[in-house]
Design a protein around this ligand. Structure first.
Ligand code: IVH
Length: 680
């Protein structure tokens, strides 16, 4: 095997890794705080294990690679209890190949005597593990995992958890292990009330569950509504259990709750399918799961397959791709969009997130950077918002070295150097120079985009080149590009075929539906939904141009901001000039291709024909975006709460609309997440 380090280097690296792991463990188990993502933690743990394997003389009994992650028991306020049997951990895997390799290892340990070993597939619950002892059917002790050997006596708190029976249905002595979780619904309520009281919120349900379990006041435990699921009967063979599945059924029979999910797996080939299935299905559960667990079903084989110091060799956890990962924030660049809005973009050390490599993430605006206290050089948690665009969630203050730099908002446009403006009451910085190259480029990209003129073969690199070569200065010039056909062909990577394709796509775009051409013009606040609505109400652009503000306001769905924006757009010399040029070119500006618009809709049966309304501040969607989405899926947007309204989607600080809907009792009230589930 190739050794990457010489002896000295290896020793230093091992020391460094051990220190890191110990520190991360301390924060995770003792302070209920994650300094790194699970994936990153496992990566450095694997590196340590490998280095120790390669350098046996540097092995140490008390290396964190040899022990399960542990709470610092010295700091614990609870009485310590030695576990009758150590509380082991599970080894983790992150891909199907590792799961298959696990199956092969088990076979090998059993000298390949069995052809079709049976495994039980369970959910991996993300909470705090617990071991509970019953004597004569009476709950006598509840102990946290601690360091796996010794845990904390949290019996009073366990007695306060409603779903854990104080008495079993049979008068037996037994020890059972499971996970204490905080249901997601309870977690949300808890954080809401902590926010109201000005207290720090919990980062996730696991931290909240683990923190709550260590409360000294059992009344708080009761209030917060912890829950528990059991997955392991200690010394199951003593109760004549032949299989793990049987032991889970026995636990249920005694009144101990299990997740009820225990699938029999006899061939690892099905695992890909089960992983895909549970990846989606888990979203419907009210508790957090971070993966799946496979356990060899036949208990009599467990001893033979064996154990490492940390985990049984007869079980493995498969971890779902992390929703959040940590990485280094190398720098912040300021991007100028089509509307002139200047947004900070996080330049990150490349990291994998939900199957794709991420190098950049959104930071929204300077106010958010200040509120979250994010500095250049910080390690940051990133996640994909509504599953698409990565964004920076938080920074890890406990990993700061003092070298981090505060972020300072620019005063001038990073592209054209024009002085930036900040509209009163708004947080966004804006470049107001209409000739700013970034604004022009953004406007063109928006115009040619799929939702706009749908001109294919017009990526941002090509737009940039054409702007630089002066072939286009504004959107109407796109329709003169054929004059440059020969030059275009010689542009690198273009070639005759792709130029012809591009020109054909440009030609075809002239007959885009009127709603789309309106959208493509980029009138501020006029997105897909409003483009469509305004096209229907005005029937052609000449009518729209003539509309007064009052007429615009009388359209259901058009508010002050939109009316003002549309009105001003058609009174601005520059934009009128472009519209007139586009008219001359023959762009379709009247309602005629109705059929095409209808057929473009991908109707969703949950939404079809149902009416929707929103209230409060939406965190995951822009209002126009969500309206477009609803319409495109066959739903109908409504403007008020009444008996005909089917769904009210509630954001933050919802007020009278929510109250009215509750009073009516006929409206389905959804959170944004529930709505996302509905359209998935
Ligand atoms: S079995 C000897 N089953 O994951 C068997 N553990 O990463 C040990 N966990 O400490 C545990 N769901 O806190 C088992 N279905 C499940 C689990 C599960 C969650 C936790 C448990 C354990 C940790 C290991």
């Amino acid at each position: 095997m190739l050794k990457l380090f010489d002896n000295n280097q290896a020793e230093n690296r091992i020391k460094d890794l051990r220190e890191k792991i110990e520190r991360y463990n301390y924060f995770y188990y003792t302070k209920n705080e994650s300094l790194v993502s699970d994936v990153e933690f496992d990566k450095i743990l694997k590196e340590l294990e490998k280095l120790e394997e390669e350098n046996p003389h540097l092995k140490k009994e008390n290396s964190p690679s040899k022990n399960v992650g542990a709470i610092n028991l010295k700091e614990s306020k609870f009485k310590k209890v030695i576990h009758k049997k150590p509380m082991l951990s599970l080894s983790n895997s992150y891909n199907i190949e590792d799961v298959i390799a696990f199956g092969e290892r088990v076979n090998k340990n059993l000298e390949n005597r069995y052809s079709n070993l049976e495994y039980i597939l369970e959910l991996k619950l993300d909470g705090a593990s617990i071991s509970i002892q019953y004597e004569n059917g009476v709950l006598v002790k509840g102990v946290t995992r601690g360091d796996g050997i010794e845990g904390e006596d949290v019996t009073d708190n366990i007695l306060a958890i409603e779903s854990i029976p104080n008495y079993l249905k049979e008068k037996v002595d037994l020890e059972v292990r499971g996970e204490i979780v905080l249901p997601i619904s309870q977690f949300k309520k808890l954080n809401e009330s902590r926010l109201e009281n000005g207290e720090d919120i919990f980062a996730n349900p696991r931290n909240a569950a683990s923190g709550t379990l260590r409360q000294l006041d059992a009344n708080i435990v009761k209030e917060r509504g912890l829950d528990a699921y059991f997955y392991f009967l200690v010394d199951a063979e003593k109760y004549d259990m032949k299989t793990h599945k049987e032991s889970l059924e026995y636990l249920e029979k005694l009144g101990l709750k299990t997740t009820g999910i225990a699938e029999e797996i006899t061939c690892m080939d099905v695992m890909k399918n089960r992983i895909d299935y549970w990846e989606k299905e888990k979203e419907k559960l009210d508790y957090e799961t971070d993966g799946l667990v496979l356990k060899l079903n036949d208990i009599s084989l467990w001893e033979e397959v064996g154990y490492t110091t940390k985990s049984p060799r007869w079980a493995i956890a498969y971890k779902f791709p992390a929703k959040q990962v940590t990485t280094l924030l190398k720098d912040i660049t300021w991007q100028v969009g089509r509307t002139g809005k200047v947004t900070p973009v996080a330049e990150l050390e490349e990291v994998e997130l939900s199957g794709s490599k991420v190098k950049r993430a959104s930071l929204h605006n300077i106010d958010e950077i200040i509120r979250k206290d994010i500095r250049i050089g910080d390690r940051v948690f990133i996640e994909k918002a509504a599953e698409i665009i990565p964004q920076v969630v938080s920074s890890v203050k406990d990993l700061r070295t003092g070298e981090e730099k505060e972020v300072i908002a620019p005063k001038d446009c990073p592209i054209c150097n024009h002085k930036l403006e900040k509209e009163e009451g708004l947080v966004d910085l804006k470049c107001v120079n209409e000739d700013c190259p970034a604004i022009i480029q953004g406007t063109i990209e928006y115009f040619v985009s799929r939702d706009g003129m749908n001109i294919s073969g017009f990526g941002s690199k090509i737009v940039e080149k054409m702007l630089a070569l002066n072939y286009i200065k504004n959107i109407s010039d796109i329709y003169k590009l054929h004059e440059h056909k020969e030059e275009l062909i010689t542009l690198d990577k273009m070639g005759e075929k792709s130029v012809e394709k591009l020109l054909l796509s440009i030609e075809k775009s002239k007959s885009r539906p009127y709603g789309k051409t309106l959208y493509a013009l980029g009138i501020p606040f006029v997105g897909k939904f409003l483009g469509n609505l305004l096209s229907k109400k005005s029937e052609n652009i000449n009518n729209l141009e003539k509309m007064t503000k009052e007429e615009l306001l009388s359209i259901d769905g058009v508010g002050e901001k939109v009316a003002e924006s549309v009105y001003s757009f058609f009174r601005n010399e520059k934009s009128l000039n472009i519209v007139n040029k586009l008219k001359k070119i023959g762009i379709n500006f009247s309602i005629e291709n109705k059929k095409e618009e209808e057929s473009e809709r991908k109707v969703n049966e949950n939404l079809f024909g149902k009416t929707f309304l929103f209230t409060g501040k939406l965190l995951k969607f822009k209002r126009e975006e969500i309206k477009d989405l609803i319409e495109s899926l066959g739903g109908v947007n409504s403007s008020s709460v009444n008996k005909k309204l089917n769904y009210l989607i509630v954001g933050e600080d919802a007020g009278s609309k929510l109250k009215k809907a509750q009073e009516l009792g006929t409206v389905n009230i959804l959170t944004e997440d529930e709505f996302i589930q509905m359209i998935k």
